[in-house]
Design a protein around this ligand. Structure first.
Ligand code: NAD
Length: 434
């Protein structure tokens, strides 16, 4: 089976590589020449554990190729996946579909033979139909169908998520498209991964509804954490007690600095706009967004309070900048809200992150200081803020940390450490909801 993937970012590159691993002949396309040049040299443009080995294995086997020339590959293929970005449009929060629609325009004239065009990007209801319209109008004779196959992988465990998904969701209109997609995902039958076929719109909505629900769980526990802080309850115990109920589940119940990343922030906003378009108010999702925005601001207040009411002139070591561990993705990371505010109030920020520094430099104020080692961040620090729970920060030698630092303030925004242990080490320890 021949497959073309348009867009070779986190989703396109992982999906293409995994389809090649399934045995398909895959070409990943990207407009960004530098990305394609890197990939053709065997360099992986993003940090995703295990991806480099899998790309190498499949390029060596001749099943995975990269190009910036869509014309050279789109005509001779069974399936074309659109996996381009759908960021928030400035202002309103609508998904910007311009990349999806340009991809549709680019391929319209190239199609030859029966082809299924599959939206893998996260897109609002009706987008697959719009893609169909664009292609039909540009090339009335084209023999094609559209499908919607939203992606649920998580950065940091993307390959495992793709190869062992909880489910695969595919929206189709005809059996012809269904048969081809069933064939593509056949290797997943071995592990009995559920493959759910729906109509186009349901598939599109499943993705947004799932992300909004997970984001709501996070905002819910963050709101509960505020109550814990006021009342003396421990959010760890509360989350554990809730999560042991199978109807609730323990995942996504970790109090912290608020969700970030390339999906939840933009997808919650987009869902609110989609609902509005249909005359529906999404009060729960709106509250989820509001609670999340407030949570980031609460973290600034928490840090300020820990520093005695002012961060002016204080040296703060920040451990972790990315929105979560095991990725270099900085999109909508809580650090992007919290750190500029601290800098503006006169703090000196010395930051360490295992993978995110390069991207952080493009997004954070130039006053930021980046260091190579955790020790370099900690030395002379008045306070440390644990922002992202990378494994490297989970087992810090606390005695050493205490000795290297100038001060003893430890602000743990991920609740990695135990308050009583930190007290024993002599830290002035602050965390979330405990
Ligand atoms: P990304 O920004 O990492 O990658 C998108 C790529 O598409 C870029 O490399 C860009 O150069 C390329 N591109 C844009 N227009 C193009 C065109 N016309 N031709 C060729 N290449 C083009 O984005 P991503 O994180 O991979 O997300 C892609 C989609 O998948 C989004 O809709 C996102 O919401 C969704 N999604 C993302 C994740 C995630 O964890 N990142 C998970 C599930 C779903």
């Amino acid at each position: 089976m021949k497959i073309v993937i348009i867009g070779s970012g986190y989703v396109g590159l992982v999906s293409g590589t995994c389809f090649a691993e399934f045995g398909a002949e895959v070409t990943c396309v990207d407009k960004d020449k530098s990305k394609i040049n890197k990939l053709n040299k065997g360099e992986i443009p993003i940090y995703e554990p295990g991806l480099d080995d899998l790309v190498k294995k499949n390029t060596d086997a001749g099943r995975l190729k990269f190009t910036d020339q869509i014309e050279s590959v789109a005509s001779d293929t069974d399936l074309i996946f659109i996996a381009v970005g759908t960021p928030s449009r400035r202002g309103g929060g609508d998904a910007d579909l311009s990349y999806v629609y340009s991809a549709a325009e680019e391929i319209a004239d190239l199609l030859q033979g029966f082809t299924v065009i599959v939206n893998k990007s996260t897109v609002p209801l009706g987008t697959a139909r719009e893609v169909k319209k664009i292609i039909s109008e540009a090339n009335p004779g084209a023999d094609f169908e559209v499908a919607s196959n939203p992606e649920f992988l998580r950065e940091g465990s993307a390959i495992e998520d793709f190869m062992r998904p909880d489910r695969v969701v595919i929206g189709v209109e005809t059996e012809r498209a269904e048969t081809l997609l069933k064939e593509l995902y056949r290797p997943l039958n071995l592990i009995e991964a559920p493959i759910l076929f729906t109509d186009l719109e349901s598939a599109e909505l499943i993705k947004y509804a799932s992300n909004a629900f997970l984001a709501t769980k996070i905002s819910f526990i963050n709101e509960i954490s505020l109550l814990c802080e006021k009342s003396g309850a421990d959010v760890h115990s509360v989350a554990k007690g809730m999560g042991l109920d199978n109807r609730i589940g323990k995942k996504f119940l970790h109090a912290g600095p608020g969700y970030g990343g390339s999906c939840f922030p933009k997808d919650t906003l987009a869902l609110i706009q989609i609902a509005k378009r249909f005359g529906v108010t999404s009060k729960i999702v709106e509250s989820t967004v509001e609670v999340n925005d407030n949570q980031k601001i609460n973290m600034i207040s928490k840090i300020r309070a820990a520093l005695g009411g002012s961060e002016e002139g204080k040296v703060i070591a920040v451990l972790g900048l990315t929105f979560k561990p095991e990725t270099d993705d900085m999109r909508d990371a809580p650090s992007l809200t919290i750190l500029p505010s601290l800098i503006q109030s006169g703090a000196r920020i010395v930051a360490h992150d295992p993978e995110g520094v390069q991207e952080a430099k493009n997004l954070l104020p130039e006053e930021m200081i980046y260091v190579e080692t955790i020790d370099d961040a900690l030395s002379n620090a008045d306070a440390v803020v644990l922002m992202t729970e990378w494994n490297q920060y989970r087992g810090l030698g606390l005695e050493r940390v205490k000795n290297i630092m100038r001060g003893n303030i430890f602000i743990d925004l991920r609740n990695v450490y135990e308050p009583d242990v930190m007290l024993e080490y002599g830290f002035d320890y602050h965390c979330v909801g405990r």
